[in-house]
Design a protein around this ligand. Structure first.
Ligand SMILES: [Zn+2]
Length: 304
């Protein structure tokens, strides 16, 4: 069984009309997963409520108190903007806390079952730095989850693979001085947010940035996965793998210029499954609804 961690509460983070990071992203995925002929192999799980787990304890490990307070304050006013592209609505603070909880549940579930899980949550996280929300992201879900995992018995090394089309500057910012976490990102370059140079390697050579040229296809990605991503992970031997699973490198996606097809994410998944079955997939970007939904299906079917 594959766990999918999801709550309709995640639809309550409202970003306004015509914003690409919209609640319909999740409902499109839920709809697609309800129609696959292997749906009986999915185990839908609600995230732990924010009153049940002190999630702020884990968020404070990576974000400043000012950052957390700022999001809470703006949401409490009813709505506002953290940056021009990162709106918050009345419920966004609580929803973002619940999203972090869902990622932490992903860690718990994967370690318990030794099988992949998919965290179907929003807002996304990989652009959020220690002290700044940006790029539709409030809290750094993947980095918080990685730190959380390292508190578990027997977990000494956590790898984060980020195949979102944008570089996860926030994740890199948070983990770059941590010898127990490696971060590997494939991203379009040049593109938002402008970071992710191959020469940025982290304090412990724990960062592997793999910039991809606009127009790249699976023929460009395949050798990079086989010759760079896999050896990097095999060398590190992670006890847990967290995937910042963004799907905006699809050809149809309106926010970037990479030309992957949804089925290509199945290839990525096959590569990672060979490293470990302990994989937490967490949703980051992906803004063409059909391509997004098809890509999540391609990811999960390759975990069966
Ligand atoms: Zn993205």
């Amino acid at each position: 069984m594959l766990s999918v961690i999801y709550s309709e509460e995640f639809l309550q983070h409202k970003t306004g009309r015509s914003h690409p990071e919209c609640p319909e992203r999740l409902t499109a995925i839920v709809e697609a997963l309800s129609q696959v002929d292997w749906k009986s192999q999915l185990s839908w799980q609600l995230p732990t409520s924010i009153t049940e787990r002190d999630v702020l304890k884990y968020i404070r490990q990576v974000h400043t108190l000012e950052h957390i307070a700022n999001i809470r304050k703006i949401a409490a006013t009813g709505a506002g903007y953290l940056t021009p592209d990162t709106p918050v609505s009345h419920r966004s603070y609580e929803v973002a806390l619940l999203a972090v909880n869902a990622w932490l549940d992903g860690v718990d579930t994967v370690l318990e079952k030794n099988n992949p899980a998919f965290v179907l949550a929003r807002p996304p996280g990989h652009h959020a730095t220690k002290d700044q929300a940006m790029g539709f992201c409030l809290f750094s879900n993947a980095a918080i989850a990685a730190n959380y995992a390292l508190m578990k018995p027997g977990i000494k090394r956590v790898a984060i693979v980020d195949w979102d089309v944008h570089h996860g500057n926030g994740t890199e910012d948070i983990i770059q001085d941590n010898s127990q976490i490696v971060y590997c990102s494939l991203h379009q370059h040049p593109c938002y947010p402008g970071t992710g140079y191959k020469s940025d390697r982290g304090k412990y050579n724990n960062i592997l940035n793999l910039p991809m040229a606009p127009g790249s296809t699976i023929d460009d990605y395949r050798p990079v996965f086989e010759q760079e991503v896999i050896p990097f992970l095999e060398n590190f031997q992670p006890d847990l793998l967290i995937v910042s699973a963004g799907y905006d490198a699809n050809h149809e996606d309106p926010l970037a210029s990479i030309s992957l097809q949804p089925a290509d994410y199945g290839f990525f998944t096959q590569c990672l499954i060979k490293i470990t079955h302990k994989i937490v997939f967490g949703l980051e970007g992906g803004y063409h609804l059909q391509a997004l939904a098809d890509s999540v299906v391609a990811t999960l079917v390759n975990c069966l």
